[in-house]
Structure formats: structure tokens, C-alpha cells
Design a protein around this ligand. Structure first.
Ligand SMILES: [Zn+2]
Length: 66
């Protein structure tokens, strides 16, 4: 019972917002191991999220100092 690519990318983005359940993580990993498209998509998503977050933190830092 594999998840579709669409579901998997959704899970990846949800995983940035909340803790995924054990089964969700297993399914995600299995799909990512087999599907290069989703692996690329999830890498990109993580990169974007991290970049956005560090920008936000920088803002807060600057605001705190001002
Ligand atoms: Zn996929």
C-alpha cells in the first residue's frame, strides 16, 4: 500500500509543522527511498523552510536588539 507522490509531498510539508506518526514516517521513508522525484521535492521543501525560518529568526534578532 504505497502512498501517491502527492500524498507524500503533503506529508513532507506537514512534517515541518507537526510530528508525524510512526506509520507516516515509515511510509514517507519507504516512498522517498524508491521515488527520486519526491526525494528532490522534499529536499527542496526542507531547504526553503529552513531558509525561511533563518530569515525569520534574523528578523526577530534584529527587532530584539533595536
Ligand atoms: Zn513519489
Amino acid at each position: 500500500m504505497m502512498r501517491s507522490c502527492k500524498e507524500v509531498t503533503r506529508l513532507v510539508s506537514q512534517g515541518e509543522e507537526r510530528d508525524l506518526g510512526f506509520l507516516e514516517r515509515v511510509e514517507l521513508r519507504m516512498h522517498l527511498a524508491a521515488c527520486r522525484g519526491c526525494r528532490n521535492a522534499s529536499d527542496q521543501l526542507r531547504f526553503l523552510r529552513r531558509a525561511a525560518r533563518s530569515l525569520q529568526e534574523e528578523d526577530e534578532h534584529t527587532a530584539g536588539r533595536a
